[in-house]
Ligand binder design. Structure first.
Ligand code: AMP
Length: 208
């Protein structure tokens, strides 16, 4: 099975949800640069202080900060899933020099769907499980089904920031689709389908 996996796609396409499922099922590490950065911000580290202003606007954190942050976390021996990295061609070129990836799965979703999904996304403060108030609501309002933690809306999932995040995705990250296609690593998956169907499409790509 392919086990060095990149998940590409716009914010809200389901990268985090799919990465968590894949990691648990296949014993892979899940590296989410967004989660790592939010943790740095919450702990008030130097990196967190630098990153926060970019994240609040929905802009990308500068490449060099991200590359330095991820470098030490890539363990060649075990498999891993990259969620939210690389986000620019510069990051993809840096990654290529560190480790050869097996596959880049592009979870495609339209701008309209991104806006709808992100504005109804909620995340568990304790375990990170992702909900959607429209498609996958918790059993009890505001409470995580898995761990009882409090559900919250990410600051950058507010309407004003979402539009900018999609623009940033189109301009800086979408070129990675061509980048990985050229290298024969790209597989497209339809992100508008339900979670299980997307998981099945990804599972099929990993063994082909
Ligand atoms: P995410 O949780 O992946 O949507 O990331 C949340 C925010 O963290 C993004 O809007 C960026 O500000 C920042 N971020 C996450 N990953 C990266 C990356 N690879 N490069 C630059 N900024 C990133």
């Amino acid at each position: 099975m392919k086990n060095k996996i990149i998940l590409l796609g716009p914010p809200g396409a389901g990268k985090g949800t799919q990465a968590k499922l894949l990691a648990a099922k296949n014993g892979l590490a899940h590296l989410s640069t967004g989660d790592i950065l939010r943790d740095e911000v919450a702990r008030g580290t130097d990196l967190g202080k630098k990153a926060k202003e970019y994240m609040d606007r929905g802009d990308l954190v500068p490449d060099q900060l991200i590359i330095d942050m991820i470098r030490g976390r890539l363990d060649e021996s075990a498999g891993f899933i990259l969620d939210g990295f690389p986000r620019t061609v510069t990051q993809a070129e840096a990654l290529e020099k560190i480790v050869a990836m097996d596959i880049a799965i592009n979870i495609a979703l339209s701008r309209e769907d991104v806006i709808k999904r992100l504005s109804s996304r909620r995340v568990c403060r304790k375990c990170g499980k992702i909900y959607n108030l429209l498609y996958n609501p918790p059993a009890v309002d505001g409470v995580c089904d898995e761990c009882g933690g409090e559900l919250y809306q990410r600051d950058d999932d507010k309407r004003e920031v979402i539009e900018n995040r999609y623009d940033v995705y189109e301009q800086a990250t979408a070129p990675l689709i061509g980048f990985y296609k050229e290298r024969g690593l790209l597989v497209d998956v339809d992100g508008s389908k339900g979670t299980e169907e997307v998981t099945e499409q990804i599972a099929a790509a990993l063994v082909s």
